[in-house]
Design a binder for this molecule. Structure first.
Ligand code: G
Ligand code: G
Ligand code: NA
Length: 250
């Protein structure tokens, strides 16, 4: 309850901060982009995890304002980074409902000057579960601007495959649970291989999430995964640290 009223003012009070987790190309092990992950520096509770406040923001509708802040801030920061780096932003289902998302996206791109194809929107299949034309229209509008759209947490829902038919994603992000279990399960390796093959046939790229060991990284490269993200490669970090990493690699 109290958290809800705090959340109402958190953006205006400057309590939200973006962290950035690097994504690496498995062709050359160079950084290809970053995923923006929001953090809330609560004045008394300290760092509140998005797992705790994103659902709250969705239920109360505050996600519209928060989501707009995240998108604008992520575009602004990415526009100052080298042009080969992409920025991925997570979207909640509710942000795509109504007709406000298109204008917000256009404004974020225009204000920052970020080239549209450097921006990726990550949506989970729950976004498509709402099955509303508004949501599909918003995603199609994003694509028509040149923005990339990724399916996040692939494999965790119960009908992921049918969603691949409903929208032309650019990228599939393979869920951490599959990636992690590749370390001890041949079946999981087979599943991830099949997802990569499927993605190739559909002209989509693949990113493995939750890569925590060198062994997993090597395995993923061997089976043709395009990109990887995870603690072995880099944790989500504040902007200054991300920029150190970027400029150390230049
Ligand atoms: O950041 P962390 O690693 O704890 O993320 C926890 C969850 O919160 C993830 O599922 C992530 O997708 C979600 N999340 C993080 N940042 C955002 C954001 O800006 N918008 C939305 N909608 N979800 C986010
Ligand atoms: O749902 P989404 O894919 O956006 O969630 C990303 C979440 O996964 C964030 O909470 C992020 O901090 C976390 N994460 C990223 N890499 C790893 C990893 O290698 N291991 C674990 N356990 N979590 C990770
Ligand atoms: Na994500």
């Amino acid at each position: 309850r109290e958290l809800i009223s705090d959340l109402r003012n958190a953006v205006a009070n400057g309590e939200m901060e973006l962290y950035f987790q690097p994504q690496y190309s498995l062709d050359n092990y160079a950084i290809s982009g970053f995923e923006a992950l929001v953090r809330w520096n609560h004045p008394t509770r300290g760092l509140v995890s998005p797992g705790d406040f994103i659902p709250l923001a969705e239920d109360t509708g505050l996600i519209t304002q928060l989501g707009q802040w995240v998108l604008t801030e992520a575009c602004r920061i990415a526009a100052g980074w080298p042009r080969h780096l992409r920025m991925a932003v997570n979207l909640s289902p509710r942000q795509l409902r109504g007709h406000a998302f298109g204008p917000v996206l256009i404004e974020a791109l225009a204000k920052s000057g970020l080239r549209a194809d450097r921006l990726e929107l990550e949506v989970t299949e729950s976004v498509l579960l709402t099955d509303s034309d508004e949501v599909l229209d918003a995603l199609h509008q994003a694509k028509s601007l040149g923005v990339k759209v990724s399916m996040d947490d692939f494999g965790t829902g119960y009908s992921s495959l049918s969603y691949l038919r409903r929208f032309p994603f650019d990228k599939i992000k393979i869920d951490q649970s599959f990636v992690r279990s590749m370390a001890y399960s041949d079946d999981s390796i087979s599943i991830v291989k099949a997802v990569i093959e499927l993605a190739k046939n559909l002209d989509m790229t693949t990113t493995a999430e939750g890569v925590e060991t060198r062994q997993l990284l090597d395995m993923l490269k061997d089976i043709g995964c395009n990109e990887a993200q995870g603690y072995f490669l880099g944790r989500p970090m504040p902007v200054a640290q991300a920029e150190e990493l970027i400029f150390a690699c230049e």
